[in-house]
Design a protein around this ligand. Structure first.
Ligand code: SAH
Ligand code: SF4
Length: 417
């Protein structure tokens, strides 16, 4: 259904709802009822706000108001349990949102989640590199098999009665950044999403999956379509809705940026903020500029300076993402340069094996190069994880999100993942 701009209730703060009900001549306490229904009750239509009188609901409808939350209009399910949703906004634009049972390790890289790290979980990879009874090239293999084991063990419904999952959210319709390896870039930018449209993707998925916030462990990653830091105000407003109104702590959220230097500096000042992941993706400016042209505007040194202004908690790290592109940035010389770049920073690295997409002329790294890259970083003292690709068979993995499900080829195999 098409609704007029600003007519969506979902996305409004309590204060905005109070102003609205007052303007409509409704009692002020109605605002709290609407707020509760939208963000805790996860209603998708006015009729479902049963705490409101019929008269109040009719009044809202008459004035053109609607819940206006994004709607799931198509779904695809991967053999690994990942689900990809096509979400339609009130004006008909669509984005994609991904549901990954048992998390994707995007927050950390090894399949565990952000809050465990804060709670002081032992970092197995670091311990292993210190007790080096294991030879370095073996480390990568061990870590990969440890990751796989954990993946099998955890399951969607854990023995102790809670579910664990990560939701990957889009922040824009398309993206303007034009990274050469990313399928979303091919769309160009259509428009920013509003705070309600960003947080609404989460509400729609939580409702669909019948998640109990507070009991189930939900991590959010702003790693879907778009560059969150080029839609900064709406992105941050959505964080406040998700944490304040919907009850998901910001310590369970990670935002990934391609590197918008002024926005990183602003982010560092925020009182409530998710964890940060910077898409480094290259070990020097010349390779980075080739694969991420935005490097010509803000180079690696400028980005690292900005990242260094973020106040980190005692157990907090800044994550650097590094997409490995065969023969482009995955060689030993590059690993050495990464170690140099990140020396002295409280950093950890998530290595992402490049996910292919139609019309993108890169190749995947050789498995032995991935192992060696990881082992080199670990032996240089940098905690390094390999991110397990999720939902590649349904084009739901990193950099594979676009807007339509109709015309896309199916990848034959994810066995090479
Ligand atoms: N725009 C933000 C967040 C969305 S992209 C950013 O770029 O950080 C999320 C992550 O996916 C980024 O680290 C990006 O480098 C990575 N990515 C993009 N395309 C990819 C691909 N084809 N394969 C693997 N990772 C990819
Ligand atoms: Fe945009 Fe991120 Fe894709 Fe780059 S990698 S084009 S910033 S979505």
């Amino acid at each position: 259904m098409f609704i007029k701009e600003n007519a969506a209730l979902f996305g409004k703060t309590l204060v905005e709802l109070q102003t609205l009900v007052t303007e409509l001549g409704l009692q002020k306490f109605r605002a709290a009822q609407i707020f509760e229904a939208l963000y805790r009750g996860r209603v998708s239509s006015l009729e479902d706000i049963t705490t409101l009188s019929l008269e109040a609901r009719e009044r809202l409808a008459l004035e053109g108001f609607a819940v206006g939350r994004p709607e799931v209009v198509q779904t695809a399910k991967s053999i690994d349990g990942t689900e990809r949703y096509l979400m339609r906004m009130a004006d008909g634009e669509t984005v994609e949102t991904v549901w990954m049972p048992e998390g994707d390790g995007g927050e950390r890289g090894d399949g565990s989640d952000a809050a465990e790290e804060e709670a002081g979980e032992v970092d197995s990879i670091q311990l292993r590199s210190v007790n080096s009874e294991v030879s370095e090239p073996e480390l990568g293999k061990l870590e990969q098999s440890a990751g796989r084991k954990r993946w099998r063990d955890v399951g969607t419904l854990e023995k102790n009665g809670y579910r664990r999952a990560t939701i990957c959210i889009s922040s824009q319709v398309g993206c303007a950044v034009n990274c050469q390896f990313c399928l979303t870039a091919k769309l160009g930018i259509k428009r920013n999403l509003t705070a309600g449209e960003i947080a609404g993707q989460v509400a729609a998925v939580l409702a669909r999956q019948q998640i109990r916030v507070g009991q189930d462990r939900i991590n959010l990653v702003f790693m879907g379509m778009g560059e969150p830091f080029l839609n900064y105000d709406s992105f941050m407003a959505s964080v406040r809705l998700l944490s304040g109104a919907m009850g998901i702590p910001e310590s369970r959220m990670t935002v990934s940026t391609s590197g918008i230097e002024p926005a990183i500096r602003r982010f560092a000042q925020e009182p409530v903020r998710p964890k940060l992941a910077l898409s480094l993706n290259a070990s020097n400016d010349s390779v980075r500029a080739e694969i991420m042209p935005i490097t010509r505007k803000w180079n690696i040194a400028a980005l690292l300076d900005a990242v260094a202004t973020i106040p980190l908690g005692k157990r907090e790290y800044v994550t650097f993402e590094y997409v490995l592109l065969g023969g482009v940035n995955d060689q030993l010389v590059h690993a050495g340069e990464v170690l140099e770049l990140l020396r002295g920073l409280k950093a950890k690295i998530n290595l992402i094996v490049w996910n292919p997409g139609p019309g993108i002329a890169y190749s995947q790294p050789a498995p032995e190069d991935v192992t060696l890259f990881q082992a080199t970083l670990i032996s240089g003292g940098l905690p390094t994880y390999i991110r397990r690709p999720r939902g590649r068979d349904i084009f739901a993995a990193c950099g594979q999100l676009k807007r339509t499900m109709d015309d896309e080829p199916q990848l034959v195999s994810i066995a090479s993942a």
